[in-house]
Design a protein around this ligand. Structure first.
Ligand SMILES: C[S@@+](CC[C@H](N)C(=O)[O-])C[C@H]1O[C@@H](n2cnc3c(N)ncnc32)[C@H](O)[C@@H]1O
Length: 281
């Protein structure tokens, strides 16, 4: 937690959002569409009751904001629960009454205390954990998931429709295709829980109907930009490498994955979408 805190505290909302995966653009648009479908966010319920979604480790809130903008007529609101990064300064975000930002770690769900404020007292209907599950210590992960599970409430959304209670988006532990080098791949594997482990943890926390898909996106980015992102430590994978080690790694990866004639490298982004449901929701 201490080194994760150091890593994210060193990022401003701007430096975080300037990386390929977190900036507005085609990739973000693709993910927003996928999450909208998987969480059934465009399913407008008839009861008029707003759906409350928690985005755990929601970063600067820019992804939650994009989801809201993608579904202008849906009646859901998002509480972004984020311990380190500052809320994005995106002009229209702060004004949105469909989104709020809470500075807290996922570990607050280890406690059943509802003293954390109204957002927690109300309970939630759905939870999104995007690219964050690996930051929650393995020793407490089931406890955090159980705390989230206990706070979940049923959501009336019409005939025969069930919405997933939780969506975890994470990357595979092995068989990734990102241009990296051996030592970075080793660090990656060490900090990334396997799919089997996450499925088991969800089960232990009480979730049922656990399903998973692998979502693949053909990415292309200039080698120069990719190397700059790594040198700026855009993922925590790079947090504990020295500047010299990153310099060496960037040279290694270029040898392993030479760019095309336009200086562009190609790779497949692979994301696991893991869903589960609370028994009576
Ligand atoms: C790769 S970023 C993903 C951010 C956001 N979900 C997105 O997809 O844009 C990982 C996030 O996890 C957050 N994080 C790290 N440790 C955490 C913890 N213990 N509880 C909740 N969030 C945590 C970081 O601050 C960071 O915002």
């Amino acid at each position: 937690m201490a080194s994760t805190a150091k890593h994210y505290n060193a990022h401003s909302a701007e430096t975080y959002e300037e990386a390929y995966f977190y900036e507005p653009g085609a990739y973000m648009h693709y993910l927003v569409e996928l999450v909208t479908q998987r969480m059934q966010l465009d399913n407008v319920n008839n009861s008029g009751k707003p759906r409350h979604i928690l985005d755990i480790g929601g970063g600067t809130g820019n992804f939650a904001s994009a989801l809201i903008h993608n579904c202008p007529s849906s009646n859901f609101r998002v509480t972004v629960v984020e311990p380190f990064l500052e809320e994005s300064k995106g002009a229209d975000m702060a004004k949105s009454d469909r989104m709020s930002f809470v500075k807290a770690p996922a570990e607050i769900f280890l406690s059943h205390s509802h003293d954390n404020g109204d957002w927690r007292k109300q309970g939630s209907h759905q939870v999104l954990i995007k690219e964050t599950i690996h930051h929650i210590d393995e020793k407490v992960r089931v406890g955090v998931l159980k705390g989230l599970y206990d706070d979940l409430k049923a959501f009336p959304c019409g005939n025969d429709i069930t919405i997933p209670s939780i969506l975890i988006i994470t990357r595979p532990q092995v068989e990734i295709d990102y241009p990296l080098w051996d030592e970075a791949r080793r660090v990656w594997k060490e900090s990334q829980p396997s799919l089997e482990q996450l499925q088991q943890e969800l089960q232990l926390a009480g979730f049922v109907d656990i399903q998973c898909t692998m979502e693949r996106y053909h990415s292309q980015i200039s080698l120069q930009r990719w190397q700059e992102m790594i040198k700026k430590r855009f993922w925590s994978t790079f947090a504990n490498f020295s500047d010299e080690e990153l310099e060496f790694g960037c040279e290694e990866l270029a040898r392993e994955r030479p760019p095309d004639e336009n200086g562009v490298i190609h790779f497949e982004d692979r994301l696991l979408f893991i869903t589960g449901r609370k028994v009576d929701t």
